[in-house]
Design a protein around this ligand. Sequence first.
Ligand SMILES: Cc1cc2nc3c(=O)[nH]c(=O)nc-3n(C[C@H](O)[C@H](O)[C@H](O)COP(=O)(O)O)c2cc1C
Length: 162
Amino acid sequence: MRDVLVIYYSYTGNSEKIAMYVSDKLDADILKLEPVIPFSSDYDEVVEEWQNNNIKKDVSIKKVDIDLAKYKKIVLITCTWWYGISPIMKRFLKDYDLSGKDILVAASNAGWIGHCFEDYRLLLPNSNIKGELDLLFSSSSDERDKLLISYSDIDSWLEKLM
Ligand SMILES: Cc1cc2nc3c(=O)[nH]c(=O)nc-3n(C[C@H](O)[C@H](O)[C@H](O)COP(=O)(O)O)c2cc1C
C-alpha cells in the first residue's frame, strides 16, 4: 500500500509540475486542491484583485475525497501568494488534520517567499515537518515557468522523508 501522499495547489502550473515529479519519484498518490469558485484565468487580473482586496482571501475549497488516515507521510506543495502560502493550501490545513504525520513542505515562488514556512509551521502544530523547500522560479513575465533550483535539490529534500 502506498503510504505517501502529495497534496498541492497550483495556479499557473509550476507547483503542479513539481508535484507530478515528486509523486513519480516516490511512487506516491497525489491530491490536487481546488477552489470552489475558480480564480480568473487572467494572471494580472488575479494579482490586481488580490492586491486591491477585491477577492475574498478566505476561499472555500472543493471537498477532499481521500482517506488521509491511510498516509503516514505527506508532501505539501503550493504557490506563494503575497508572501505566504496560497489561500487554498491555508484553507486545506485549517479544515483537515495532519497531526502526527511526517511532512515535507514546499512553496513555489518568484523570489519573495516571505513567511511561507512560518505559515506551514503555524498550521501544522502537531505534525513532524522534516524538510522545507524554497521552489524558486523565474520572476520574469516571459519565463515564469523556469525553475531556478536543480532537481538534485528537490531529490535531497525528498530524502528527508525517507
Ligand atoms: C496573486 C499572486 C500573488 C503572488 N505573490 C507572490 C509573492 O508574494 N512572492 C513571490 O515570490 N511570488 C508571488 N507570486 C508568483 C508565484 O508564486 C510564482 O509564479 C509561482 O511559481 C507560481 O506557482 P504556480 O504555477 O504553482 O501557481 C504570486 C502570484 C500570484 C498569481
